[in-house]
Each structure stands twice: as structure tokens, then as C-alpha cells.
Design a protein around this ligand. Structure first.
Ligand code: ADP
Ligand code: MG
Length: 637
């Protein structure tokens, strides 16, 4: 039955209103139908998950308004198959939708970032595309993968009006009042008119298999009616998975539940399921996803841990985990909060902060254990979420040491692998007192930095920090295991006490008097543009480099802060000169007699140091002229 026939009796139901889909919906529908998704079974999971959400919302509303439940308090989802008509119906007795909600929920896409999401889907391989649906609240529209028409009839709990929504998914939909006699007493009925190639979804075996595999552990029971008029058979009992003992739950059941709660289609990388007893009692089931949610770095993104009170869903916005664990999905169920707790009260509740603390500790401990027992698996988690976890080093003072201990780094000694700070400390050189790092925005550039030369020559490992968050935590981290963290591009390098590989500490270079006086000369030439010029022991191959003066931010952080408009001018750098470098010796020698040349050389060296640092000469024209003068002189022109 379509809208036109349904609305033939104009006096009972006025003509349907036709609406055009929002542009993003139209585009999404087109994509859904024509390209990406190879695994069509997922539409069932999406519709069942909407039905279950609707039942949970009603359960929550009914705490304040018990009358909403009438004499039908038990939540349920019913799937009815009709092979003859090629129809599949999913009905729930949940909260339902009124006219405005139908138009809003099934005609628009509420969440921001839809466009970015669709661009990613369009670029993705088929299998990855499938993984992406549902992450983004496009769940309902997946019905059009298998149906060429979808009719929805809904009656909102507590109202005495019902409305129908109907569409072929091709650009518009119609909404009309529906006959109460044809509508569910409460809740929503979604009728899929299956495409020819999707008729197998009227087979009892197929549907039962899919439902059990995809939705077997959601907290609302599901019944199947094999054909119109047949008896309903329960195929999932609605026992919430998290209330069962761990020993009774298999890996696949956890994975299925994870997919429902996270909206992702992969397997969890880590599952943490526990019951806390004592002062506060609660059960928590948390998952670290196997892949990165697309909005992980969206500044608005919050944690998505759901809060239940005695199995009643309350909110997914309770802040059950700190921001740096925002990739963790799952739920906490407690009996220690009153059912009628308002969402605002939750935030202030001491019960919540106790659960937050307990849960955070359990998740971090589980990660630590995994790092020990299965380094390979931990490595993939680190590669997916490490940059987010590191935010905790500066956001969570209490757990700083623990988070530093969990962190893994690229270093001058790591190759393609990762090193922990414990590894680093264990391999420190004799005479080495600090943990050295170099921060920047590009790993390959970092590896090529002149600042590393003296450290390499001495076999001293340096952490290479190329994530954006690194510059923030590293200056605040203080120390690890009693060893301060020190930037190799800041302050004096203190390398004199560590022997170069193959030499002993006494064979350190000495700065000749000629170079000494050249350094003095360079100071006068550069004047205010530097805070110091000095001989370096961090250089072996390069002639010069820039470092930040002691005390201020290191050079990478300074650039970042400047970029963000947080500080105005940069601190004046220190120009370090390699006293062992042949070029420096020669320039110093020649500059003794020829001040004009000496001055050109000093300024060129300073510009060169800027370029090595990823910057530009201050005055490109003067730079070019000086370079030409020096060339001419060298060529005897
Ligand atoms: P999501 O579930 O991520 O919000 P969907 O596309 O699956 O996205 O559903 C969009 C919206 O439609 C839901 O948020 C809900 O408001 C509404 N909706 C869908 N199905 C139902 C249902 N069976 N009962 C009540 N509301 C529903
Ligand atoms: Mg949904």
C-alpha cells in the first residue's frame, strides 16, 4: 500500500505532504544504493538498533511519567516476514515519533561533519565503506540498500495521533496522518518492500541467523513472526550481555555487542569487563576499537560511554572517561544512582566521579597488561590511538607517570619500531643524565636534523616527537623515572661528559683561539638577532645549527605557539658553531684579515642555520647578494 491509496479517503486523512530530502541525505542515499556497501545484512542491525534505542528512551521517560507505558510495560521488537509480498517489517513498542520528529529524523542528517564522512566513503574501498556506516548515524537510510520503498508508521508514546512516512529513497518522502487502527499502539513500524535481489530476507533462517549474529545481545528481546498470522518466536531474549558472568561470554558475543554499542564493524582490540564492588557497585564493559573512528580529532567529540542505572539507559554524555580516552566505547551500569537522576545532577555526583576514576584505572591497567603480554597487539592500539592517549600526559597530572610508561616512541634507535621510556632509560649511556628529545612536525625532517649529530656520534638515543600533541606535554612532563626530559634544540647540550663512540671522554674537541675569536666576531656582527653564539658539541657533520636559549620554550613548541597566536615574537635563538668543522676553521682563518668577507660569512652561516631549521633567510635579497659575493671571491672573479 502506498500513500496515494492510503489517502484516498480525504476526510479521514488529509493529503500527504511531500518533502524533498536534504541535499546530504539525497547524496547519501544515492551512494548507499549504487555503490559502496557490499555487506547488505547490516541494514537489519541498524533498524534493530534504532528500535532498541527507542525502547530504551521510553524506559527512561517512563521513570518520570509512568503513564507512558500504559498496560504494556515490557519492551519488545518484532520482526515479521512476508514472502508472498516480499516484505519485511520491524516493529517496536518504544518511544515513537510525532510528525515533526519523523521529518527531522528521517529527512535530515543531524550530525555535523556529514560531508567529510561521505567524501571518505566515496574514496573508500567497498569493504571499508561498509565499516563506515552506522558510525555516523546514517543507519536508517541503509534500509534502501535492500528496499525500493520504505513505509514507516509511528505513534509517539502518550499521544493519540499516528503518522506515516514513506519514500522510495529517490529524492523525496511523504508524511501523512495515519489511521490509528493501522498504527502500532505505541512505537514505530518500519515496512521494507524488498527489492527483487533482496527477497532472501523473507527467509526465516536467514533473518534468524543474521539477528543472532548481529544483535543477539542487545537489552531488548526480539521475536520473529515467520509469516503473517503465525506465532511469534523469541529469537533473542534481551538479557543484557554485561549482566552475564564473564565465563559465559565468548569472544564473538563480545565482538557483536561491541559493534552494536560502537557502531563500528570491526573487532575490538581490547575488551575490559568487570564488576566493581565495595563502596560503589557498578558493572563496566568497555572496548578499545580496532580502528580509528573518523571523528577522533573532532574538537566536539566526547566520550561515548553509556550510563545505565539498573539496566535503564540514562545518557551517553555523562563524561565517564577523561577526554584522552574518548576512543573507548561501552557502558557502565550502576545501582548507586537513583533512576530519576537528572542528566545535570549526574555530572556533580560523587558516584560518577568514583566510577570515572575506577574505570579509567581499569582501562589503563588493561592496556599495561596487554603491552606486556602481547606487544604486537598493543603496538597496533598505540599506532591507532597513541596520539590521543598522550593528551593525558598533560591533562591528567595524577596519571602522568603511568601514561608516560604506556607511551611508545620513535627514536633515533627505534628503526620502524617503537621504544618505551623504560627501554630508553635502560639503555642510557654512562654519564647521560637526561632523556633527550627533538620535537617537530615531520618525522623525516627530524631524523635529518643537525642537532642530532653529536648525539648520534655518542650513541645517545633521542626521542623523535612528531605528533602535534608532543610539543605540549613534553615541556610539562617533568621527568620519567627521575630523569628530566630535555630538548636537543634547547640550551647547552651537556654532551661533553659522554664519550663519542670509539673514543674516550678525554678526546673531546678543543676550540682553537682562531675559532674562539671568530665566535666573538660573529657575536658583534649578529648583535641583536641572536641571544648567543657559541661553540657546539652537538654537531659533528654540519657547520652550524640554531637552538633555543635555556629557559624558554624549545624551538618546535615556540613555532607552534606562534602559529596559534599564543605568543608574539620568538625568543632570539642561539647560533651554535661546530668548531671541528673544516669550513669554520677556514672561514675563521680568512676572516682574520678580511672583515668584509668575515661578515658575509657569518650572516650566510646564520641564514644556513635557519634553512636547516625549516625556516627562511630573514632578507632573501641580502642573502642572495652575499652568496654571489662569496662565490665570486671563491672563483677569483
Ligand atoms: P542514529 O540511530 O545514529 O541516530 P539513524 O539513521 O539510525 O541514526 O536514525 C535516525 C533517527 O531516527 C534516530 O536518531 C531516531 O531519532 C529516529 N528513529 C529511527 N528509528 C526509530 C524508531 N524505531 N523509533 C524511534 N525513533 C527512530
Ligand atoms: Mg541508528
Amino acid at each position: 500500500m502506498n500513500d496515494e491509496t492510503k489517502t484516498a479517503d480525504v476526510s479521514a486523512s488529509p493529503a500527504p505532504e511531500h518533502h524533498v530530502f536534504e541535499a546530504d541525505v539525497a547524496r547519501l542515499l544515492h551512494m548507499m544504493v549504487h555503490s559502496v556497501y557490499s555487506d547488505k545484512d547490516v541494514f537489519l542491525r541498524e533498524l534493530i538498533s534504532n528500535a532498541a534505542d527507542a525502547c530504551e528512551k521510553l524506559r527512561y521517560e517512563a521513570i518520570g511519567t509512568p503513564g507512558l507505558l500504559g498496560d504494556d510495560a515490557a519492551a519488545r521488537i518484532t520482526i515479521t516476514l512476508d514472502e508472498a509480498e516480499a516484505r519485511l517489517t520491524i516493529e517496536d513498542n518504544g518511544i515513537g515519533m510525532d510528525r515533526a520528529e519523523l521529518a527531522e529524523a528521517l529527512g535530515t542528517i543531524a550530525r555535523s561533519g556529514t560531508r567529510a564522512f561521505m567524501e571518505r566513503i566515496e574514496a573508500a574501498e567497498k569493504s571499508e565503506g561498509t565499516q563506515l556506516i552506522g558510525q555516523f548515524g546514517v543507519g536508517f537510510y541503509s534500509a534502501f540498500m535492500v528496499a525500493d520503498r520504505v513505509d514507516v508508521v509511528s505513534r509517539k508514546a502518550g499521544t493519540d495521533a499516528a503518522f506515516s512516512w514513506s519514500s522510495d529513497g529517490k529524492g523525496s518522502y511523504a508524511i501523512a496522518p495515519a489511521d490509528l487502527a493501522d498504527a502500532p499502539v505505541r512505537g514505530t513500524r518500519v515496512v521494507l518492500h524488498l527489492k527483487d535481489e533482496a527477497k532472501s530476507y523473507t527467509s526465516k533462517w536467514t533473518v534468524e541467523r543474521i539477528v543472532k549474529a548481529q544483535s543477539g545481545h542487545i537489552p531488548v528481546p526480539i521475536a520473529l513472526i515467520e509469516k503473517p498470522g503465525a506465532e511469534a518466536n523469541e529469537i533473542a531474549d534481551g538479557t543484557a550481555l554485561w549482566t552475564k558472568p564473564k565465563s559465559e561470554i565468548g569472544e564473538e558475543a563480545y565482538a557483536e555487542f561491541y559493534r552494536n554499542v560502537s557502531g563500528q564493524y570491526d573487532d575490538p582490540a581490547l575488551t575490559v569487563h568487570f564488576r566493581a564492588e565495595g563502596r560503589h557497585e557498578y558493572t563496566a564493559l568497555a572496548f578499545v576499537p580496532g580502528s580509528q573512528p573518523f571523528d577522533l580529532f573532532d574538537p566536539d567529540r566526547k566520550g561515548r560511554m553509556k550510563l545505565y542505572v539498573r539496566r535503564v539507559f540514562i545518557t551517553d554524555d555523562a563524561g565517564l572517561l577523561p577526554r584522552y580516552l574518548r576512543f573507548v566505547r561501552g557502558l557502565v551500569d550502576t545501582a548507586d544512582l537513583p533512576l530519576n537522576v537528572s542528566r545535570e545532577m549526574i555530572q556533580e555526583s560523587p558516584v560518577l566521579s568514583a566510577m570515572r576514576k575506577g574505570l579509567t584505572s581499569r582501562v589503563l591497567t588493561a592496556l599495561e597488561k596487554l603491552a606486556e603480554s602481547d606487544a604486537e597487539k598493543f603496538r597496533t592500539i598505540w599506532e591507532t590511538f597513541g596520539a590521543v592517549l598522550k593528551e593525558g600526559i598533560y591533562e591528567d597530572f595524577e596519571r602522568r607517570q603511568q601514561l608516560l610508561g604506556l607511551s611508545r616512541f620513535r627514536t633515533t634507535a627505534s628503526g620502524d619500531g617503537w621504544r618505551s621510556l623504560a627501554d630508553y632509560v635502560k639503555d642510557m649511556k654512562e654519564g647521560q643524565t637526561a632523556i633527550y628529545y627533538l620535537a617537530g612536525d615531520d618525522l623525516n625532517r627530524l631524523k635529518a636534523s643537525p642537532q642530532l649529530e653529536g648525539f648520534r656520534a655518542r650513541g645517545v638515543e633521542v626521542l623523535l616527537l612528531a605528533d602535534q600533541v608532543d610539543s605540549f606535554w613534553v615541556t610539562m612532563a617533568g621527568d620519567f623515572d627521575g630523569k628530566p626530559l630535555k630538548s636537543v634544540s634547547q640550551g647547552a647540550a651537556d654532551l661533553a661528559g659522554i664519550a663519542k663512540t670509539g673514543e674516550d671522554a678525554s678526546s673531546q674537541s678543543v676550540t682553537t683561539p682562531t675559532v674562539e675569536s671568530f665566535i666573538g666576531f660573529a657575536k658583534t656582527v649578529l648583535g641583536d638577532s641572536v641571544s648567543d653564539v657559541r661553540a657546539s658539541d652537538r654537531l659533528t657533520e654540519s657547520a652550524v645549527c640554531l637552538v633555543a636559549p635555556e629557559g624558554g620554550p624549545d624551538r618546535a613548541l615556540e613555532k607552534l605557539l606562534q602559529g596559534a597566536g599564543r605568543i608574539d615574537g620568538a625568543a632570539k635563538p642561539v647560533l651554535e658553531i661546530n668548531p671541528d668543522h673544516a669550513l669554520i676553521g677556514a672561514i675563521a682563518e680568512k676572516g682574520k684579515a678580511d672583515t668584509a668577507f668575515g661578515e658575509d660569512a657569518v650572516r650566510l652561516l646564520f641564514d644556513q642555520a635557519h634553512i636547516l631549521d625549516g625556516g627562511k633567510p630573514d632578507d632573501p635579497r641580502a642573502f642572495a647578494e652575499r652568496l654571489s659575493r662569496v662565490f665570486e671571491r671563491a672563483l677569483g672573479a
